[in-house]
Design a protein around this ligand. Sequence first.
Ligand code: GLU
Length: 487
Amino acid sequence: MSKTVRVRFAPSPTGYLHVGGARSALFNYLFARRNGGEFILRIEDTDRSRFVEGALEEIYQSLSWLGLDWDEGPQKNEKYGPYVQSQRVDIYTAYADKLLQSENAYRCFCTPQRIAQLRVEQEKTGQKTGYDRHCRNLNSEQIQQNLSDNLPFVIRFKIPAQREITFNDMIRGAITYNSEVLDDFVLIKSDGFPTYHMANVVDDNLMEISHVLRGDEWIASTPRHLLIYEALGWDLPQFAHLPIILSPSGGKLSKRKGAASVMDYKRAGYLPEALGNFLALLGWAPGDDREKMSFDELIQAFSIEQVSAKSSVFDENKLEWMNGLYLAERDGSSLIDQVEDGWKQRNWIDQNHLPDRNYLLRVIDLMKVRSKKITDLVDNSHYFFNDPVEYEKKAAEKHFKPQSLPILNEMIGQLNLSEDFSTASIERVFKNVAQEKDLSLGKLVHPVRLAVSGVSFGPGLFELLEILGRETVIRRLKKACSIIPGN
Ligand code: GLU
């Protein structure tokens, strides 16, 4: 790649960072790392009416949690700073003035009422809606008069007539628009703040962005941007518009249709490396059959050429599956804080009487391999902290019959007698009893599991019993016996 790669993620703090935004950030990040370039974070906060308190902090948190560390951004390596657009208003004003001078832009004094009225009429008469260029040809006296009357104005771009505007999208190939479809769009609003189009182009140029990778909802903005580049005599960056992400039921992904915020996924028990891996595969594939890939592998394999123009589907089941793979690999100590919080919230453990850390780590190690999410791990381990108060109905009908009583009583006796309570000794007890009573191992394992856990599934029983300890196991077996019919 000839030019130094400089890419940016440019979120607007108008809400949480959703998975679509995170996918854009990730692709920029991977592209920068793959090509030895810079990944820049720029905050596009010039639409003051849509500013949401706390959104910025959540964006920083989400990116950091996903491990998408940026090289330049607010308060970081501010070589081309500031990186927050509301702090750069003078810069945009200066370039808007240039566009006024070169007659690529003009002041529009139309009131919001007039614009609204115009729209109503256009709709009524079935015309194309948009600004009617009323102020495009004001003469300089009229302009001066309006300025000295202190009339508020916006600055609009003068769209040239009958121009083919073409750009070569790295994902979609050549895309052409005719300038006739474009409105004389606003560059600077009446509050002096720039619009997205103006600020975005000025900053991409001044920050020397080489490639613009963004969601395909911005494609229609690109011809406007090209005209601004041209009017200011600037070179174009390369554009790549990432394919849309659809919900499994079809339609655009929205909060209602499953697209939660990145932080919601954290709260729901997902791991950042799993979400990152999953997002990387939304519209991109390495070209072989790999799916589970670490960040380093993703960086090695990533290329824009392999990004598909076709929409991709956000399949939450796949995300869960992938999360399970990563969860199984995680070291228990990296999970313990979050898991412990979950147990505390459920009042299963008490801050003032925390169980031994080793006990908690053993529970985590045993359960992580059979959980998809951290929240599953938390929920499914209730019996490590609580005696069962009820038993799975179907399983109880099957395994808590009168004839199970002598078996369970025999187990209580033998487990009490075994010299230690290790997995191996416990297994020996089970095998001996099965042999003596001429029963299959299952006839012992199922009722005992149900008695100690209340459920019919879980980790290997002998290990489970070892972790629970003799006292708890015997107590729970006795309790189960007491409720079995025929006792
Ligand atoms: N501020 C825009 C957004 O919120 C950035 C679009 C772009 O990357 O050009 O997504």
